[in-house]
Design a protein around this ligand. Structure first.
Ligand code: SF4
Ligand code: SF4
Length: 222
């Protein structure tokens, strides 16, 4: 799940300078879950824009704004309103914003309403936890399932560093050191030989940008 949070309203207003008719797009998936782009947040944005003399001509909350097929099907139900609009404010992560721009048929100004923060999992209590930094060289098989790239603030591939104190991280004494967690997990599994192996430096060619992958759908995968 991509966590996003709404931008300060003044920033959104600045980006809308000279545009009076606005269409709002949220996201029924991640941005609804983290309360940055669901129906409630769009209603609030509508009120704020109205108070500034802007007219919200319509709004849409696709199931997943970053999935072109779902976005297009939702936007197709709002063509008359989109025709009237001068700008679209997209309250979702940056993926949704770019999906809207790529599928805009009216050459509208597309404005991000949120900042994207992290790729996370959501736990049973509804907390969003950053557990993967999309490094392209997953180490979880040798680190007992704990990601040092995400849980160690320095992203150390070999640890702990000299600042670890009584199992806590030197940069945040409320957090367990990621490498202590890794040690404990490997110890539990009698795999400490893995802990003793030095991980080589990251191969940054594996995190190449821009990244594109085409998934070939088979009849078995639907
Ligand atoms: S090592 Fe961490 S950042 Fe890299 S792919 Fe695995 S979970 Fe993601
Ligand atoms: S104490 Fe542990 S988690 Fe904190 S920076 Fe050092 S190695 Fe990383």
């Amino acid at each position: 799940m991509i966590v996003s949070e709404q931008k300060p309203f003044e920033e959104i207003l600045r980006m809308l300078k000279g545009k009076d008719r606005v269409f709002l797009v949220g996201c029924g998936d991640c941005a609804t879950a983290c309360k940055s782009g669901g129906l409630e947040q769009l209603a609030e944005m509508d009120k704020l824009l109205n108070a500034q003399g802007k007219q919200v001509v319509g709004q849409a909350v696709p199931d997943s704004t970053c999935v072109a097929a779902k976005l297009k099907s939702e936007l197709s139900r709002h063509m008359p309103q989109l025709r009237q609009a001068e700008a679209v404010v997209v309250c979702s992560c940056g993926l949704g914003v770019q999906a809207v721009k790529d599928n805009d048929r009216f050459n509208l100004l597309v404005v991000p309403g949120c900042n994207s923060i992290a790729a996370t999992v959501m736990d049973a209590q509804g907390n969003f936890l950053e557990k993967c930094s999309l490094c392209g060289q997953c180490l979880l098989g040798t680190t007992g399932g704990t990601c040092p790239m995400s849980l160690c603030p320095k992203g150390l591939l070999n640890g702990p560093c000299g600042g670890m104190n009584k199992g806590k991280c030197e940069l945040d004494d409320q957090r367990d050191c990621a490498w202590v967690l890794i040690y404990r997990e490997l110890e539990k599994r009698s795999q400490l030989d893995m802990f003793k192996k030095i991980n080589p430096p990251r191969d940054f060619s594996k995190t190449r940008k821009p990244y594109k992958k085409t998934m070939i759908r088979t009849s078995a995968s639907g």
